[in-house]
Design a protein. Structure first.
Length: 148
């Protein structure tokens, strides 16, 4: 289990290579990369600022990774979540799950992402030409998590 919160960008290829380095028991890696969109609610976004509570955030990420490992047959998981000011096209988050079989890898990666979208202690503020607005949790994100 590996999770990090950081301001700097990440290299998807290097992260996935590191996840499987020296492992021959992994048959599948499912990953998801979230990006900053250029629009939200029909309005142009100049930037997104992500904040978190250091210590609490890392603990929450470790707990959800442990839950994923208890539910599925996983060799490794990875969460990299960025904070700070990001602009459209920037990478925000990487979630990856490695397993002997694709079904567990896909399910675990989706579970991890659903948790991040609805329960992880991150706060997002969208910047527009009219100012900024904090992003509220969406009902659809909570509904996605409820299926688990």
């Amino acid at each position: 289990m590996v999770s990090r919160v950081q301001t700097e960008d990440f290299d998807l290829s290097a992260e996935l290579a590191g996840l499987r380095k020296g492992r021959t028991d992994i048959g599948a890696i499912a990953s998801f990369v979230g990006l900053v969109r250029g629009t939200a609610q029909g309005e142009a976004i100049d930037a997104m600022t992500l904040e978190h509570y250091p210590g609490m955030t890392e603990k929450a990420l470790a707990e959800i990774e442990a839950q994923a490992h208890s539910r599925w047959s996983l060799q490794a998981t990875l969460i990299v979540h960025r904070t700070g000011r990001l602009v459209p096209g920037d990478q925000i988050v990487l979630v990856a799950a490695a397993s002997p079989h694709r079904g567990d890898a896909f399910a675990a990666a989706e579970f991890l992402m659903d948790f991040l979208k609805s329960r992880a202690p991150f706060w997002k503020k969208e910047g527009t030409r009219d100012g900024g607005r904090w992003v509220d949790a969406r009902d659809s994100d909570a509904e996605a998590l409820n299926r688990w």
